[in-house]
Design a binder for this molecule. Structure first.
Ligand SMILES: [Zn+2]
Length: 325
């Protein structure tokens, strides 16, 4: 499930200088909040929200990060939760279930079923496997899955709409298994679809995979966005700006925001044990979107078709592992 873009406060650094001149102590306090290492003792609850003691969770990874920083290496911002081996194992299981739920749908999505039926299938299989559908009641979202049809960019709400020949449908599944999140979405072609629709779906898949190919330690978020944007725009499509990929695993939406456009060599550096989604939304027309009065359903402003694919990925020492593949 895509995250809405958070406002970027670029002026923060500038303000810090001014505040430093006036109140030096204030800056130190800010820094402590960003780097809680100095404040947490071994038996405190970990800052990541896992509910575990710090010494059993992020203490070791944090110490490694501190050492890397002292060596002058570029490390991700501290608010990014680098996952512990235990967390990665849990997220891997959750992602496996999410993939299995999408696999289950592959043979069932066809003309004449409703999107509400898809919601029931997803809900049942999630619960049967001891998991919770993450979208249900998330900030008031009323269903267990997102179903985004044709001009719907993302966050379409399942309902009585009957699928018909020629529709293209994104189904976005997020499971919470043993507290860990796995997030993935795919496009489904309903019966025979137009050549234009098929091409948009195919190019969007290629965009996602080209973005994933950029994932390795040392590359930056901007490298991912650039690869996606270049491919989409070379085919005459546009990249949605209003929604982004996101860190995930311990919480539904964690930092960082993963933009699907950008400049190479810019943005946060990637480091092993980061887990985030790559989920480009590509429009046949312009990239502007508007949200319907239900507060969720985002559609293309010009009514053009939109497609989206999504994987949750893990940054490894060597490169990338697609957890929902
Ligand atoms: Zn932790």
């Amino acid at each position: 499930m895509a995250a809405a873009v958070r406002p970027v406060i670029n002026s923060q650094a500038g303000w810090n200088w001014l505040v430093f001149l006036l109140f030096p102590a204030r800056v130190i306090m800010n820094d402590e909040r960003r780097y809680p290492l100095q404040k947490l003792s071994r038996n405190d609850l970990c800052w990541c929200g896992s509910g575990k003691k710090y010494k059993h969770c992020h203490l070791r990874l944090d110490q490694e990060q501190e050492r890397a920083k002292r060596r002058g290496e570029t490390v991700p911002e501290r608010r990014v939760i680098l996952k512990t081996p235990e967390q990665i194992a849990g997220i891997r299981e959750s992602c496996r279930l999410t993939k299995a739920i999408l696999d289950m749908l592959e043979t069932r999505v066809e003309p004449d079923i409703t999107t509400e039926q898809i919601d029931r299938w997803v809900h049942e299989m999630t619960v049967e496997n001891g998991a919770i559908p993450a979208p249900l009641n998330y900030r008031g979202y009323p269903k267990s899955v997102c179903t985004s049809l044709n001009e719907v960019v993302c966050h379409g709400i399942p309902g009585p709409r009957v699928l018909k020949e020629g529709d293209i449908l994104n189904i976005d599944v997020t499971s919470i298994l043993n507290g860990y999140y796995g997030d993935s979405s795919r496009m489904f072609l309903v019966g025979e679809v137009s050549e234009a629709a098929r091409k948009l779906v195919d190019v969007t898949y290629e965009c996602m995979m080209l973005g994933i190919e950029q994932v390795k330690p040392g590359n930056r978020l901007g490298d991912i966005g650039h690869a996606i944007q270049r491919h989409a725009e070379s085919r005459g499509y546009s990249v949605v700006r209003a929604f982004v990929g996101h860190g995930t695993g311990i919480h539904f939406h964690e930092p960082p925001d993963v933009h699907h456009y950008g400049q190479p060599g810019t943005g946060m550096p990637l480091a092993p044990n980061m887990v985030f989604t790559i989920e480009p939304m590509i429009n046949a027309g312009g990239y502007a979107v508007r949200v319907l009065p239900d507060g969720w359903t985002a559609v293309t402003a010009d009514g053009s078709l939109s497609a989206q694919w999504e994987h949750t990925i893990l940054v490894t020492e060597e490169g990338v592992e697609i957890l929902t593949a």
